[in-house]
Design a protein around this ligand. Structure first.
Ligand SMILES: [Zn+2]
Length: 409
């Protein structure tokens, strides 16, 4: 293997040449439209994207714009580009400031205003925006591809096996869909993954899935504990992809605790530190309320870890209590737009806060009734004052009346 980065670049170029061939045959609107020749894209991941092409037109060109966006994006970036005498155009986009997600696809096309003052549009060209800083190797099975750059062949095979075992485990309660490909990228260390996510505009969160793209990113070093890490992280991130595929646009309206709870439930090695974190937080009365875990998880590492531990335990409790069908009713209910507290009432007949206290009672052995009384104590005292003082007053009045009656006898 000579220079891997060059190799990836050459693959991209080849792809582009392949897609640019029909371009000249299938030309833009109207007679005398524009033709785009020799379109190339050079990706320096996280740094720059350079678009080059030659615009051919029967009339003199007045102005050319380059338009591009991520294939799943709504907003199109528009840049006016300089045109050389021979129709050559080149534009370098700063990908460090205006980021695209790693391993997404970007589509671009040109618009040219010619001497007839008409604007002509070229056919779109799509190219992959991959993290090409590493010499990725790959192995696939049934539309699932594992990519890695550290470790031997057995490392890649083990990762593929972990993906298969994960899907087998989640199959009971998440429909598996492999009609679209799934790509799993294994970085060999956390800083490499962190760089990628930072360059891709994402906060660092350990493993990461971009369910819409069918892309999973994890950091696992070749080591004696690689299997445990693979069988924990790969099924978790794959679950996000499969949940997205089964829920579609209802995925985004699910509470964070529910998505993370389901994904954590399919980890083949339950995290042994979760139980400890739960017990400590329960004893210290520092458990997080699930109502506060609906939109997002805490950003600080300690509370984020507790949020995962709680969600895993809470969703397992819901599944044990209401079954897989109950879990399905819950995702449907949130998918239909019910708010966090009432979504649970609609699906399971019990509001979220009540489920929360039942979980604390039955899983963590808390006496939530006792806790409730303790929390209510100031109000109970106030109530006693409000009720008892008038009663005393009434007794006084009665006593006075009786004395008065006795006197008048
Ligand atoms: Zn997750």
């Amino acid at each position: 293997m000579s220079h891997p980065r060059k190799l990836v670049f050459r693959v991209i170029m080849t792809l582009l040449m392949l897609v640019s061939i029909p371009l000249s045959a299938n030309q833009a609107q109207g007679q005398g439209g524009i033709e785009v020749e020799n379109a190339t894209v050079a990706v320096n991941f996280g740094q720059s994207i350079t678009f080059s092409a030659k615009i051919k037109s029967p009339l003199p060109i007045k102005q050319v714009s380059l338009l591009f966006r991520g294939v799943h994006e709504e907003v199109t970036r528009v840049e006016t580009v300089q045109v050389a005498e021979d129709g050559s155009v080149s534009f370098t986009y700063d990908a460090s400031l205006n980021v695209f997600p790693p391993f997404s696809s970007i589509v671009f096309w040109f618009q040219a205003t010619l001497a007839d003052d008409q604007t002509y549009t070229s056919s779109p060209i799509t190219f992959p925006y991959n993290d090409n800083r590493f010499p990725w190797r790959e192995t696939s099975k049934a539309n699932v591809t594992v990519h890695w750059y550290a470790g031997d062949d057995a490392f890649g095979t083990a990762a593929l096996d972990a993906a298969g075992a994960g899907m087998l485990a989640m199959n009971e309660f998440i429909p598996i869909s492999l009609t679209e490909p799934v790509n799993i990228y294994i970085y060999s260390n956390v800083p490499d993954l962190q760089d990628t996510l930072t360059l891709g505009g994402e906060e660092w969160v350990g493993g990461h899935a971009n369910p819409e793209l069918g892309v999973v990113l994890v950091a696992i070093a070749p080591s004696s504990s690689q299997s445990i890490e693979m069988e924990t992280e790969i099924p978790h991130e794959l679950a996000h992809v499969m949940l997205y595929r089964s829920l579609g646009n209802k995925y985004d309206s699910q509470p964070a605790w529910l998505l993370e709870g389901i994904a954590s439930m399919v980890e083949l090695y339950p995290n042994p530190d979760y139980a400890r974190a739960l017990n400590i937080a329960s004893d210290n009365d520092s458990l997080l309320a699930f109502e506060d875990l609906c939109i997002a998880f805490p950003t600080d590492a300690g509370n984020a870890f507790l949020a995962y531990a709680q969600s895993q335990s809470f969703v397992s409790y819901i599944r044990e209590t209401y079954g897989t069908s109950g879990l399905g009713r819950l995702t449907n209910s949130y998918g239909d737009g019910f708010p966090c507290e009432l979504g649970a009432t609609n699906a399971l007949g019990t509001p979220l806060s009540k489920l929360d206290s039942r979980w604390r009672e039955s899983v963590l052995g808390q006496n939530t009734a006792g806790v409730a009384v303790r929390n209510l104590l100031p109000f109970i005292l106030l109530l006693i004052l409000v009720l008892v003082v008038p009663i005393w007053g009434a007794i006084d009045v009665l006593v006075l009346r009786r004395e008065y009656a006795n006197q008048s006898k």
